[in-house]
Write a new protein. Structure first.
Ligand code: SF4
Lengths: 349, 630
């Protein structure tokens, strides 16, 4: 599929410190041995990320990758920049501290569905609603991988795992719906089988000022193999991936024969274009201030067994957290003296 | 507590006045009655009058319990004197009770023969019943032995204030200013200071300002004209070292200590915090000072507050998180991360009664062992404690010094009593404050086998064992750190057993080594041949100091050591303990320091414990000292 066009390229002031030396993928590969299971979807995501970085126009020393705990959260070790591998769930909070302390940095958060939606769900919500200048990549494999195969907060109901031998009772969270519910200003989805789409999505997410949230559909070939096979495999994509293109009617399928319309009673629904007037198709506009239609699109395929929108759901501008309230540098001892002597004092002798 | 008196004629309004060396005043009313405001203002004018003082605010747990009931009573005690004082006083010489509930709750804290000033307008049948009195205590003999002064404060206030066109219900709310006026008259406080403070404080709210000013004047005048109070009292100023002084509470001093540390380290100060009693005032105070290079981040929870601070530390800020006991428990895993990352972090715990929600507005010192050991794994963290309100400033600077120099989280312990009580503070000369600059790494520190320079984040300084602090944005020093065990030196992930043993020992040795930069403990009192050595830490300093002096005045030999550093202990502590025939350890817990001293030094440290939500009084400790000396 073709990468989505870029409607607005929001420059990042503060990140602009003269010409940035060009880099290649190799410059972003650390010397650490990558220790994911052979065949894990994380490998292709890491590769796409390292391919995307040279396009982002950032210096190696200005990039910080923060992970929590989980397979995905090992990401920081493999990117040759600054990195912090924290504790379970807290990566968005750690990254918030980094971004507030130095707004010139490009701060990425990488985590899985357990890390960012279960133990760290709270921090994810607050990083998004505050619009902290972070790029958050959630690798959704719908399973706990590192702890060897328990159901996760995005696992489908009824999933049989080691901790749910009779099928899990929990209703799943839908990451994009959660992000839109938190009023995230940039929300996108991509998947581990399409490098070009990942590269472009990561690049756009990074260019966004404020909190950018990207769900990456990722295959855990050991504990949940084929979770997305019905939509992401090369042969299925034409029928099952709905590309979102800014300003265009939402269509997919052979010769664009299928499309999405808004039904006032149901929300977003997939139709055969032949059955509706062409101008009834929903025209995609990621810049809509109201997240309602983006939310409807995020509900289009609650499970990966139906046509699934891919691309940027929402990209709106809001003030970046912490910029307006940025304190000055510490003024020094004289100012301290003035503070100590401010207000009511008295002198003896 | 009225130590010495000397009656002369010629006080306020021509009434006789007597000079007293010290007096303890307790103000009590409903939590909505403004007793804390009144108490603080009386304290402020007393400080300006040059008195020594120490205060004890005593808040109810509820924001607004039903009016007139015992759980709603809010009290404020202040000890003013013409000599140095270290405690808010054992018991009150004067109680001002705004209603029967306040009288009932606070009368046990008044000395026999003390003065009880009652707002008689609040002694109706319903008010009495709400306080649990079947019969008016003025008619039962409950007040026998006290000097009772009955003043219709509410009606006198309302009558005067109503003339300004204020509705009676609003007018009533100024009655605490009447009480303040009366107290100022009784103790010869300069009314002009109060007047200008009222004008400032209520600037822009014309009617409230006029009402409060009027009530204050009526209170002053009532004193002048009433026959109820025949004698006024003068507390002379204390003789003090020359310098500029101000009145300061523990939480303000601590906030300013953190601000100071930012200036001394030349680093921005980052506070990650989640509101919690009694620590929130630090968040409030620091959020007022962006101009001092302070960023405050009110996080979504205690864990985010701490982890955001860790992120800020990684990025090169002086990072702080503030909380109370329950929050420290929530931060435990993150503090462990900071131990492993070896990043500077100051964790402030304003202790309160526990466990669980416990007594949120009351004081306790029961988090010492949590601070020492409340994490999984071998996770050594330096612990420092503040001993009096103004000392919170120095303790904060010291905590920051250790955190920065050793790249380690440091836990700074204060408590609810220190946080809210106030005392005069001689302002330090800013030039005399220590230099906390540590500098970031700027160059590679290692050479790879192929000869290329590289950066090893865990290559330690041989003296301090601190690792280099290389912040993102520094070219050439890109590196990854995390909570997984790291190889000694390179910082790469390592599961090697021998390496884990070595790293565990290195982290312990680094913290133990801080003792080399800690001054030896000073022994107060009878350093030579004491009969007993009292060892304390934290806010018990005032009560212990006072008690030790009283027992020494009785001819016994008593020494006192007060610990700023609880981990590591000061280098000479073992010797000092070994030289003492008896060791007494008063604490507001069930013996936590005593446990540490016993296990570390094999001494027979005898605990004296109080966990009643109130600080020790000196009198209580005198009793304990006399027991052990028997
Ligand atoms: S467990 Fe699954 S997600 Fe984790 S590394 Fe292996 S394949 Fe990848």
């Amino acid at each position: 599929m073709t990468p989505p066009p870029t409607p607005v390229s929001v420059a990042a002031p503060g990140r602009d410190r003269g010409p940035v030396p060009g880099t290649t993928r190799a410059d972003w590969q650390s010397d650490q041995e990558v220790r994911w299971c052979p065949g894990c979807g994380d490998y292709s995501i890491l590769a796409a990320f390292q391919f995307a970085l040279p396009d982002m126009g950032v210096r190696r020393e200005d990039v910080v990758v923060v992970g929590g705990i989980g397979c995905a959260a090992r990401f920081p070790y493999y990117v040759d920049s600054y990195g912090l591998h924290g504790i379970h769930g807290r990566a968005p909070a750690i990254a918030t501290g980094i971004a507030l302390a130095n707004p010139d940095l490009s701060v990425f958060v990488v985590g899985g569905d357990g890390d960012l939606l279960s133990i760290g769900g709270n921090h994810l919500l607050h990083a998004l609603r505050r619009n902290v200048d972070l790029t958050i990549l959630l690798f959704n494999n719908r399973i706990y991988g590192l702890t060897k195969g328990q159901y996760s907060p995005t696992s489908e109901q009824g999933k049989v795992t080691k901790s749910s031998p009779r099928g899990s009772e929990d209703a799943p969270l839908h990451p994009l719906s959660v992000a839109l519910g938190a009023d995230a200003t940039f929300v996108a989805r991509t998947h581990d089988m399409d490098r070009a789409h990942m590269v472009e999505t990561f690049r756009r997410a990074h260019a966004h000022r404020g909190a950018a949230f990207v769900e990456v559909l990722q295959n855990c070939n050991v504990f949940n193999d084929g979770a997305y096979a019905e939509i992401t495999s090369k042969s299925a994509r034409e029928e099952m991936v709905i590309p979102l293109r800014q300003g265009e009617p939402i269509r997919f399928g052979p010769d664009g024969s299928r499309g999405v319309v808004l039904d006032p009673d149901v929300g977003a629904v997939v139709v055969d274009v032949a059955d509706v007037a062409e101008d009834a198709l929903l025209v995609h506009d990621e810049t809509r201030d109201d997240p309602g239609i983006a939310f409807a699109l995020s509900r289009l395929a609650p499970n990966p067994d139906a046509p699934t929108p891919m691309g940027v759901f929402r990209a709106v501008e809001r003030p970046v957290y912490g910029i307006a309230t940025s304190p000055g540098p510490p003024p020094g001892r004289d100012a301290l003296g003035a503070l100590l002597h401010s207000g009511s004092t008295w002198t003896v002798g | 507590m009225l130590d010495d008196t000397d009656v002369t004629v010629g006080g306020s309004g021509g009434k006789p006045s007597e000079e007293v060396t010290g007096v303890v005043i307790r103000l009590a009313g409903d939590s909505g009655d403004g007793m804390q405001l009144t108490g603080n203002q009386f304290t402020a004018v007393s400080a300006l009058a040059g008195n020594a003082l120490s205060t004890l605010p005593d808040f109810p747990a509820e924001i607004r319990a039903p009016a007139g009931t015992l759980p709603g009573v809010s009290a404020f005690q202040v000890h003013i004197a013409g000599h140095e004082v270290t405690t808010p006083g054992d018991a009150a010489d004067v109680l001002v009770a705004m209603n029967p509930a306040a009288l009932r709750a606070e009368l046990p804290k008044v000395v026999p023969g003390g003065t009880v000033v009652l707002n008689t307008d609040a002694f109706g049948e319903r008010d009495l019943r709400k306080a649990g009195y079947d019969v008016d205590p003025r008619d039962t003999g409950d007040l026998e032995g006290f000097e009772v002064v009955e003043v219709p404060m509410t009606s006198l206030t309302v009558t005067a204030v109503k003339e300004l066109g204020v509705k009676s219900r609003d007018a009533e709310r100024s009655k605490n200013f009447f009480a303040l006026g009366l107290l100022c008259w009784m103790y010869h406080r300069d009314p002009e200071g109060v007047r200008s403070w009222i004008r400032d404080r209520f600037n822009g709210k014309d009617q409230v300002l006029a009402a409060n000013l009027t009530a204050f004047e009526v209170g002053l005048n009532f004193g002048e004209t009433t026959e109820l109070i025949p004698v006024t009292r003068v507390v002379p100023p204390v003789v003090r070292e020359p310098g500029t002084y101000r009145s300061i509470s523990g939480n303000t001093a601590l906030s300013w200590g953190l601000i100071a540390a930012g200036q001394l380290a030349e680093l921005p100060l980052f506070l990650g915090s989640y509101p919690i009693t009694p620590a929130s005032d630090i968040l409030h105070e620091l959020s007022r000072h962006p101009g001092m290079g302070v960023r405050t981040f009110q996080a979504e929870d205690e864990i985010a507050a701490c982890t955001a601070a860790i992120g800020a530390a990684f990025a090169g800020d002086l990072a702080v998180t503030t909380t109370s006991g329950p929050g420290l428990a929530l931060k435990a895993e993150a503090i462990g991360l900071a131990v492993s990352l070896e990043l500077p972090l100051v964790v402030v715990d304003i202790q309160r009664g526990g466990p669980s929600t416990g007594l949120p507005t009351k004081t306790e010192q029961a988090d010492l062992l949590q601070a020492m050991f409340g994490r999984h794994g071998e996770s050594p963290v330096p612990v420092v404690a503040a001993s009096r309100p103004s000392d919170c400033f120095d303790a904060a600077v010291e905590a920051a010094r250790i955190a920065l120099a050793y790249r380690t989280p440091v836990i700074l312990l204060s408590d609810g009593y220190l946080a809210n009580s106030a005392e005069p503070w001689r302002l330090p000369a800013v030039e005399s404050l220590p230099d906390l600059r540590v500098g970031f790494a700027t160059e590679p520190n290692h050479t790879a086998p192929d000869g290329t320079p590289e950066f090893w984040p865990y290559l330690r300084d041989p003296d301090t064992l601190a690792r280099p602090w290389a912040v993102p944005g520094t070219p050439g020093l890109e590196h990854r750190i995390g909570g997984i065990e790291k190889a000694d030196g390179s910082g790469d992930i390592s599961y090697d057993p021998a390496n884990h043993q070595r790293m565990t020992e290195l982290r312990a040795a680094k913290v133990a080594g801080i003792a080399g930069t800690v001054p030896p403990v000073e022994v107060q009192g009878d350093a030579e041949d004491p009969e007993v050595l009292v060892v304390g830490w934290g806010s018990t300093w005032g009560a212990i100091t006072d008690a030790v002096e009283r027992v020494r005045a009785g001819g016994r030999r008593v020494a006192h050591v007060h610990l700023r550093h609880l981990n590591p202990f000061p280098p000479n502590l073992g010797e000092v303990l070994a030289d003492a025939p008896r060791v007494l350890v008063p604490e507001m817990n069930l013996g936590q320091l005593a446990l540490l001293l016993r296990s570390t030094f094999l001494v027979d440290a005898r605990p004296v414990n109080k966990v009643a939500g109130q600080p020790f009084t000196a009198a209580e400790l005198v009793v304990e000292l006399e027991k052990i000396l028997d």
